[in-house]
Unconditional design. Structure first.
Length: 390
């Protein structure tokens, strides 16, 4: 209480001196207020620049931290449930982590082998498919010289890159090997987070002065709600979209249906533009390997998957996560891609949500004031005091 009183007294003294130098309502006062806003904007820009430098330096470490956070985020509820049943937290975290680690080898190798086999089949069969009824074959035999030139150019490009299929597969294999290392080390780091999470939280709170610990706790809880709520909702939506796309493409006989379905689900993690990014490989494979009419079926599958996303899942799951304007979302995604590549794209929206919360909590009240002023209540003629009758 004494700390708050001292802070309030200091604030009143500062305001008194400002009023003495810059009288309220004067032109000089307005110029001073705009100067405060300008310096606040410069300070915010400097802080943003320093954050950008830090994130740029940590770009190589970020994948491991993201995997660790996802492991702690996904397995955390199970560990907390076992800890609530009076099981020691290290034992609960170890049991849940080992169970998840034992399930991974039963699923991941099958998916990886199937995806690589489908990718190899697609690379080897694309040149043959171009000559047997695909849309590109129709273009190559068109009577229009422009369309015929487009068809020949696409055929040459596919044939040239098909000769490099071994190099493409080797590149994909190296990417998967790097992803395996990230999953291994990041998963172990996530296990350490699961074991020591309560101690980390209490240790961070102890660094805050006692008078501000409740505020710090409220802020951390709100930030955790924003980030975990968005990530949980985005993963649920993208998983369902990927499953619908995979099942639909398998049903219509699309080549490489599992590979394309996984790409659609991963692309859907990107807000705003993810649906278009995921549809591009589906449309390309349909054009390169199937007759023109088949493209309608592929587009129908994509429309169905994203209709379920836009009209059913997102309004229910994402309604209370981040309230960001679509323009802010797009700018955040572009900035994240520029700073940290693909990982920056995925992390852009939670970071933007945290920044918006900080602006609403600390910056806006200092610029526009706190609290809502009460509006005068209109008084009717009956409520006015009546004087003595003349």
């Amino acid at each position: 209480m004494s700390q708050r009183t001292g802070t309030a007294g200091f604030g009143r003294r500062v305001l008194g001196r400002i009023d003495a130098v810059l009288p309220p309502g004067s032109r000089v006062r307005r110029v001073g207020e705009w100067g405060i806003v300008a310096w606040a904007a410069i300070g915010a820009a400097l802080i943003g620049w320093m954050v950008w430098l830090v994130l740029h330096r940590l770009a190589g470490v970020l994948p491991f931290l993201v995997v660790a956070w996802l492991v702690a985020f996904i397995l955390g509820p199970a560990v907390n449930g076992l800890a609530a049943l009076r099981m020691p937290r290290p034992l609960a975290a170890t049991g849940v982590f080992l169970a998840a680690a034992a399930a991974m080898p039963a699923v991941v190798p099958i998916v990886v082998r199937t995806v690589l086999a489908q990718l190899k089949s697609l690379l080897e069969s694309s040149p043959r498919s171009l000559q047997h009824g695909a849309a590109v074959a129709r273009l190559s035999h068109s009577s229009n010289s422009v369309l015929r030139g487009v068809g020949h150019a696409i055929t040459r490009w596919v044939t040239t890159h098909q000769q490099d299929s071994g190099h493409i597969l080797a590149t994909v294999g190296s990417i998967l090997a790097h992803a395996g290392v990230v999953l291994l080390l990041g998963g172990f780091l996530g296990y350490l987070f699961l074991v020591s999470r309560p101690g980390l939280s209490s240790g961070l709170i102890m660094l805050v002065p006692p008078g501000r610990r409740q505020t710090a706790t409220d802020v951390l809880d709100e930030l955790g709600r924003i980030v975990s709520g968005f990530v949980r909702a985005r993963f649920i939506v993208s998983f369902v979209v990927g499953v619908i796309a995979t099942a639909g493409l398998r049903l219509i006989g699309m080549p490489s249906w599992l590979l394309l379905g996984i790409l659609v689900g991963i692309a859907n993690l990107i807000p705003t533009v993810g649906s278009f990014v995921g549809a591009v490989p589906v449309v390309l494979v349909a054009i390169l390997t199937k007759p023109p009419a088949f493209l309608l079926a592929a587009v129908a599958v994509m429309l169905l998957a994203h209709a379920v996303d836009g009209y059913i899942l997102s309004p229910i799951v994402l309604k209370e996560t981040t309230d960001l304007h679509p323009v802010v979302v797009l700018l955040a995604v572009v900035a994240g891609a520029e700073v940290m590549g693909l990982w920056g794209v995925f992390a852009a929206i939670p970071i933007a949500g945290i920044a918006q919360y900080g602006l609403k909590r600390w910056v806006a009240p200092r610029i526009f004031g706190t609290g809502d002023q009460e509006l005068p209540v209109p008084v009717s003629a009956e409520d006015l005091p009546r004087g003595p009758a003349p």
